[in-house]
Design a protein. Structure first.
Length: 200
């Protein structure tokens, strides 16, 4: 009689560590196999944990997708903000980097963020997450542009709200074929420069 060899379970982790491990594994599944393959059962198998462990963190596939989307988007925004904070960039360079990074992320239809977002179409929870992430992106713009601005903080924030909305519109146009990504970056950089001007 042949005995089935049981695969050793993953080591015990603190709850926050386990959650991060599951998100890392979920990201890998989306990257390698596509978002359609990201199910709670597949995640448990790939993370080498039992299904109840996964359900303890993500009660449904929709919750998993939303949390993964939130984490991926927040990670890239924070990474850019941190990279800009680590150097003394002049205004022109700052605007160029900000415009390029934002448009590229928004037009990256092959990345994990786009794949997960597409899987969330029709989700009621997605609207609230998008609003949260929009606000987070606005605050990133404020923190990156503030060292170069003479505007009061509340006015800079209002202009950054307009910039994020404008950047999303330009990126959407590029994805639909209305101009290239480079065209969108150039236009967005011009918008940012214009928003930084104070009234004469």
């Amino acid at each position: 009689m042949t005995k089935t060899k049981k695969r050793a379970r993953a080591p015990r982790l603190q709850k926050a560590q386990r959650r991060q491990q599951l998100l890392d594994t979920a990201r890998l599944i989306v990257r390698e196999d596509g978002a359609d393959r990201l199910t709670l059962g597949n995640l448990a198998e790939r993370a080498n944990v039992s299904k109840p462990v996964v359900y303890d963190h993500f009660s449904t596939r929709s919750v998993l997708l939303i949390e993964l989307y939130r984490w991926l988007d927040t990670e890239r925004v924070n990474t850019f903000r941190d990279s800009m904070a680590n150097g003394d960039h002049p205004l022109g360079e700052t605007v160029g980097l900000l415009a390029s990074a934002f448009i590229h992320c928004a037009t990256d239809t092959r990345g994990e963020v786009h794949a997960v977002a597409a899987s969330l179409v029709g989700s009621e929870e997605k609207a609230a997450v998008l609003e949260e992430l929009f606000d987070h992106c606005v605050q990133m713009f404020v923190s990156v542009l503030k060292p170069h601005s003479a505007l009061p903080t509340d006015e800079l924030e209002r202009r950054c709200i307009g910039l994020v909305g404008g950047g999303e519109a330009l990126a959407g146009a590029a994805v639909r074929g209305n101009g290239s990504e480079a065209d969108a970056v150039t236009a967005f950089a011009s918008l940012i420069h214009g928003a930084m001007r104070t009234a004469s």
